[in-house]
Structures are given as C-alpha cells and as structure tokens.
Design a binder for this molecule. Structure first.
Ligand code: BGC
Length: 801
C-alpha cells in the first residue's frame, strides 16, 4: 500500500497516513512508547505483519557468552542482551470468519498518530475483509508516565456495513516470541532464542498473569493483563492461560453503528530477588491502581504530566517546520527514555528497539543527561544514582586492569564491562570523565547538595583516582594519558587524546574542589591532602598536543602527521567505513568517524581561544565523515560558535531528522537517542550559545537566516528561564519556580553580565558579526543537506541515504 513519503510536518505529532510495509520496522521505532521503565515498540495491535516485535523492561537482560577467537587477559567473558519480554500489546480480531490482517482484504485507510502532548499512539483503520465486510478499528495506546508499571490500550471495533457482524477480539500475553534473523552488522543485537522459562501462569474471568525467569541472569518477571469491556450489549468473555501465552477472548455480534470497546490494562514487574508470590502481588496491585484511575484517568494524568514537562522544556523554532517537529520528537523521546528510569540507565536506543543489545554507553551522560538536567532533573539524577550503584563493579574492573579508582564500562546493562572489542571498549576510558562531568553539571544546575554529599563526591573521587593512576608525569613533569581511545572510533589506543585529557583535567579539579567542600566525606573515602594535591598537579600539567606548524590542535599526539584519507576515491556505498574497511587502516589515517576534538571544544570550550576554535573547526570538518549519528549535533554547536550559522542549521536538521528520515538506515533497530538529544544541544548550545563552564550560565544567541525566532527553556536551581531569540535581539524571562519572588539569575549575554529577575524580562541586542571569510568543507560527498538560505533539501549530498 502506498503512503505519503515521510511524515507530514505537524508541530506536535507524528502522523503516518497509509501503511508502507517496507518500512514497518522503522515506523515501529518511531511509534515506540516508553516511560523509561517499560518500552513498547509501535507494533501493529494484531501482531502481524511485523518488522521486529519488541517489548522491553529497562535492565531486564539475559547473559550470553562472549567467545573470542584469541582471548586475552581482562577480556569480559559474558555479554548482556536486553530481552524481548512478554508481549502484552497483542489484540487480534476476527471479523465474521476472517482474521483482521492488513495483508489481506482491502485497507481503505490507515492512520497512526503519535501525539507529544497526550503521550498516546492512536491508530484508525478502515478495512474490508476478503469476504467483503467493512469495519473501522480504532486503538489508542499509552505507557503511563504516572504509573510506572502500567501500559493500557483502548480498542474499539465498529462494523460499517451488513446486517450484523460477528466480532471476536483475542487479547493476549505472549512470551518467547520468535524474532527475525538479524543482519550482519555489529550494531545489531544478538538474538536470543526463547530466553524466558515459565514459572507460573494463571487465568481469571477477564485477565491473566504469566511469570517467567531468564535462564542465565536469573531475573524474574511478571506480566499481567485485565480488561474492561463495554458491556451495554451481550459479549461472552473467556480467558485461558498456558506457560508461554494467555488470552482473553471476547465475542459478540454488532450492527453498523454499534461498537465493541475494550480497555486493556497491562502491568509489568521484575526482580532479581523477589519471590513468585511477591511479583504476582506487585503486578496485581499495579493493575488495581490502573483500574482505579480507569482509562480516562490514565489519559488525563498522562496529559498533565506532559503539560508540566513541555512548560519547562519546549523549544520553538519559527521558519523551519520540519525541524520544529523533529526537535519536539527528540525531546519527547529523551523524556520517554528517562522519565521513570528510577535508578536504571538510559540505553543508546532508549527502550525503542534491540540495537546495540540494549546497552548503555557514554551517550547517556554526554548527550541525554545535559538535556534532562535542564528539563527534567529528577530523571537525570536517577541515572547518576544508577552509575553510583555500579561503583563496586567499576572499582573491580579498575583493579583487574591494574588501575586505581573506578573504570566504568564502555557498554553494559547491569554495570559489568561487556565490550568484546577492547580498543574501542576498555580503552575508551573517557566515559569516566563524562560521568564526572554530568555529576558536576547536575549539582551546579540544581544545587542538590544532598546528592553531591552522598553520591557526587564519591563519583568524582573514584573517577579522578582512575586518571591519576592511568596517566603519568614524564621526566619534565608533564602529565600524559597514553594508550586510550577518544570519542572518534576511527582512531584507537592513542596518546594524549585532547578530549580525554581536557575532560580528565576537569574531573581531577572537580574532585579536588569537592573533597575540599566535604572534608568528612573525603576522610571516609580515604582522600588526604596529598592525594588531592596530586590531582591538582596532574590537572595543571596536563599535555594538550598542538601542531605549531599547522596552527591546530592534534586530536591525539601525532594525528596531524598521519596519512590523509583519500575521500575523493571513496564512493558513497563504502560508508559507513567501519563496514567496508579494516580498523587498522582507519586507525592510521586522518579520518574521523565523529566529532572528537570538536567535541572537546564544546564541553571544554573554556580551554580554547576563539581563533583556535575557528582553525580547529575547519581542519576537522574536512576530515570528519559522520559515520556516527552522535557527530552532527556537536558539529552544529561549533559551527554556530565559529559563525557558520547556515552550516549549523544544516547539522541541526541532520541530527534532528536522523530517525524521521532514517538517514543511517538502521532506525528499525531503535531510535538514535544521542542524536535526538543532539538536536536540543544544537539549538540551546548552538544557536543559543549556552555554556555552563564552572557553574556560570552564559549565552551568545544568533540565528541562521531561515529561522526568524527560536525560544527555549531551562530549569536552573528551581527557576524557569525562557530565552527568546530573534535576529536582532534576545529576551530573557525568569518565571516562577520553587523559589519565592525576588529570586534572580545572573547570566552572561555575549560576554555582558545581565541580572534577570522573576517577572521582569530583560532584552539585549545581538551584537553584529561579520560572517567568516572562508566556509569549511567536508569530505567529498559528506556535506550535510542544506537547510539554510538555499532551502531544505538542496543540493542533496550522497550522505542523504
Ligand atoms: C559511536 C559511539 C556510541 C555508540 C552508541 C557508535 O557508533 O561511535 O560513540 O557510543 O555508537 O551510540
């Protein structure tokens, strides 16, 4: 069936008109619902056809062996894979004698709407069965933000012709669904066959319960369903349960104009410790609470939760409706990934698909957490608390590696290192500095001293200890961190990676400052003055490689001397290079998978002069291929800072539209959460010029030609700051927060100190700037799609796959 190309531009929702089965798996990721605890892919209610069935619980995983052809000391021996848990979305329908299935009969119309303000996925279909009977089906699905263990579906069928139609709805729970064979791409998950072992199944009149346990990781989960049937007319209801499936069947006869309406409540729970009866009661209680609210109550609570979120988080972009929609889609998904994580991580794909095995990477602290810290700090702190809860594992890992402090895993679900490729896993120690940075940012933005005392100081101390033991002072006293991998995964095991060293420097200083503020915590962690002084000394002597001849920083020692990559001779089908070239070749040339030195210029912008930023940006633009979706958001930030506003707009579009345009051709495996968060960063840190170095908020707003107005909001220590940017002026509004009247905020506007008081907007001009003389260039065929003056989509680069 034909559908409109892409999704129409609508500011608050994603609407799909028609149904294209060729891109079903991709749309299942786009229409995924989640609250950070439960994730439901946007599978069709009737279960088939499907791209990838998916129901996930944050941190519910199975262990699997990590076999090596040639093992080495310290290699992780076990992998962790997110499990596709019991599917409760399933609702099959029989219309007279025909199963409702879009592959048969005629689909007269099909529409799905994901609404960012109601937090629901709505589907409306008109279908004519092969025997000629027409029905309208309407389903609305939600994963509750306010009741963490609950999801619900309202399903309604109405015959459109004939005298009367027999309708049978079968609403199910299915465990151990068969999953399609995966592609040969390292970024795709390992498929687990039948990971769940049944422990209990129960059926009552109109609901059922299935309890399962994973075979290796020993996690126990319960899924339960209950139904409310609109019983104004006769409907028979039966329920059966078996070890791996349960089903409630509702049968009735309806005339045109009459409807059968069913509300399905779902509850999920899991635990590594709780008994079968305890879990059974847990989901039973969650169902009782959901029924108490009822469908209307859940919908109302969902909307109120989102009203509150958007009030503090919304971004307005006038002049580029496509980006406007995509940015809200991104913000909605960052919220979905983190809202109710409650001491659990945020995976690279959130809970939208199985990509990367459901693992969490540095993406969380560097991309998702900056957004959540300023829009939903309650969610950000839960992730940091989760990291803290894994500290013992990180200490063990450091000890295994012969290091002090804590070595956090490059990829994991539960906290153990599970990367089987050490040059891009173990050696990517920079993740520790990212965690420290997110900790400091959260404390500065919220003033949450209790968190800092209980959790923050220890995270800073243990990560600082790692740097101190990983690095060394040479005979001249300079501090080096050798043999590490920075963000750019086309370089590995390099010396003095600038990003790593600058982030480690901040980590070391942040830890030294924190122990000075909390001497009793320092004492309990065994930190003495000598140790804190050694951190300051290492930070002060940090080596930052610079190429005097070229006048640019070296991403890592010696990078600018490496052989250049022949981009002119690299055809588009060879991208991403990691699938067509050996790593040894990528590692020894000047080709960057993603922003690395450019990322350092964002988060450690205080360590570079404006001139250095401009020169470095040019140099690395020409060598960065953006084979990682994490790159374009950062490139947008630095393009804006160095005055290339149209290019920044192009990169904003690229990062925001990564999934809506499926530009990396793998949205089917789940959304790219870091690039969605990158869209917010491109706006706030890019066009807004927001920086928070050393706890001071500064802005330097400037708009590209096509955007006539941009508004964004930040939560800062309980205050709500809204920044409204127009081409020539910027207005800062401070709104009520948790603080009493009289509160004020000091910030920098293009370097000028400004005091903003509650209810008293301050407007300042945007200083004139002459555009830079030379435009940066990208590797051949890798320029982003233009969105600026020339308008969207022209010219298309080969990158737009
Ligand atoms: C990127 C990493 C990222 C990972 C998960 C890789 O392609 O190079 O930086 O952490 O994807 O998103």
């Amino acid at each position: 069936m034909i559908r409109e190309k892409g999704y129409p531009c609508e500011p608050w929702r994603i609407r799909e008109a028609g149904l294209d089965l060729d891109v079903l798996a991709q749309s299942e990721s786009v229409f995924a619902l989640s609250n950070g605890h439960i994730g439901l892919r946007g599978n069709l209610d009737e279960g088939e056809p499907h791209g990838l069935p998916g129901t996930y619980l944050n941190s519910f995983f199975e262990l699997r062996p990590l076999p090596y052809a040639e093992a080495g000391y310290g290699y992780p021996e076990e992998g962790q894979t997110m499990v596709n848990v019991t599917n409760g979305k399933l609702i099959r329908l029989l219309v007279d004698d025909e199963p409702f299935d879009v592959r048969y009969g005629e689909v007269r119309s099909h529409e799905r709407i994901l609404d960012f303000r109601t937090g629901t996925l709505e589907r409306t279909i008109e279908w004519v069965s092969p025997a000629g009977r027409a029905v309208r089906v309407r389903s609305t699905r939600l994963v509750s933000f306010t009741q963490r263990a609950v999801a619900a579906i309202r399903y309604e069928v109405e015959p459109l012709d004939g005298e009367q139609t027999r309708l049978v709805i079968q609403s199910g729970l299915v465990a151990n669904e068969e999953l399609p064979i995966t592609k040969n791409d390292p970024r795709v998950a390992a498929v687990l066959r039948e990971p769940l072992r049944s422990e209990q199944h129960l059926a009552n009149g109109s609901g059922a319960l299935l309890i399962h346990r994973t075979k290796q990781s020993g996690l126990r989960m319960a899924a339960s369903m209950a139904h409310i049937i609109d019983d104004s007319q006769e409907t028979t209801v039966t329920t059966e349960a078996f070890p791996d499936w349960a089903r409630t069947t509702m049968a009735c006869v309806r005339k045109p104009g009459e409807r059968l309406t069913v509300v399905k409540f779902l509850a999920y729970g899991f635990s590594s410790q709780r008994s079968i009866p305890a879990l059974r009661d847990q989901v039973g209680a969650a169902l009782a609470a959901a029924r108490l609210s009822g469908w209307d109550g859940l919908v109302k609570d969902q909307q109120e939760y989102l009203d509150e979120y958007w009030d503090g988080a919304d971004v307005r972009v006038d002049g580029d409706p496509e980006v406007q929609q995509a940015v809200r889609f991104g913000l909605f998904n960052v919220l979905q990934a983190g809202a109710r994580n409650e001491m659990r991580p945020i995976g690279a794909k959130g809970l939208t698909g199985p990509g990367y095995d459901g693992h969490v990477f540095w993406d969380t602290e560097l991309f998702a957490l900056p957004v959540l810290t300023y829009t939903k700090p309650q969610a950000a702190v839960q992730v940091l608390r989760w990291r803290h809860a894994t500290l013992d594992l990180a200490r063990e890992r450091a000890a295994t590696l012969g290091l002090k402090g804590a070595a956090f895993p490059w990829r994991t679900i539960r906290g153990q290192e599970t990367s089987g490729y050490w040059p891009a896993g173990t050696a990517a120690f920079h993740i520790g500095a990212g965690i420290a940075d997110a900790t400091m940012r959260y404390v500065q933005a919220t003033g949450d001293d209790d968190f800092e005392r209980e959790i923050g100081v220890e995270l800073l101390v243990e990560t600082a200890r790692l740097w101190r033991s990983l690095g060394h002072h040479d005979r001249h006293g300079d501090f080096h961190i050798d043999g590490v991998t920075g963000p750019d995964e086309y370089s590995a095991v390099a010396n003095d990676n600038v990003y790593t060293n600058l982030m480690a420097q901040r980590n070391l200083l942040g830890a030294a400052d924190a122990v000075a503020r909390y001497p009793e915590v320092a004492h309990s962690l065994g930190v003495d003055e000598e140790e804190a002084a050694s951190w300051r000394h290492a930070a002060a002597s940090m080596t930052i490689p610079y190429d005097e001849e070229l006048g640019v920083h070296q991403q890592s020692e010696g990078f600018t001397r490496y052989q250049e990559w022949d981009f002119d001779d690299t055809p588009p089908e060879e991208y991403p290079l990691l699938l067509t070239h050996p790593y040894f070749d990528l590692y020894r040339r000047q080709v960057c998978k993603q922003a690395d030195l450019v990322l350092a210029m964002h988060w450690r912008g205080d360590a570079f002069t404006a001139e250095q930023k401009a020169r470095n940006f040019h140099y690395y633009e020409a060598r960065t291929v953006r084979d990682s979706s994490l790159s374009s958001g950062t490139q947008a930030v630095l393009a804006a800072e160095t005055g290339h506003l149209e290019l920044a707009h192009d990169y904003l579009g690229e990062t925001a539209l990564t999934d809506l345009h499926d530009s990396h051709s793998n949205t089917e495996d789940g959304l790219h959460l870091a690039s969605l968060a990158g869209a917010w960063l491109a706006i706030v840190a890019g066009f807004g010029g927001m920086r928070d170095h050393d706890g001071e908020l500064s802005f330097a707003p400037r708009l590209p030609s096509r955007i006539s107005r941009m508004d964004f909001s930040l939560l800062w220590r309980g205050l709500r700051l809204r920044v409204s940017v127009r081409p020539d002026e910027v207005t800062y509004y401070l709104r009520e927060g948790d603080h009493e009247d009289g509160s004020q905020l000091e910030l920098l506007h293009h370097g000028e100190r400004v005091t903003v008081k509650i209810g008293k907007p301050v407007t300042r001009p945007v200083p004139k700037m002459s555009p830079p003389d030379v435009e940066p260039t990208q590797p051949a065929g890798r320029a982003p799609i233009r969105r600026g003056a020339q308008g969207p989509g022209s010219p298309r680069s080969t990158f737009a796959r």
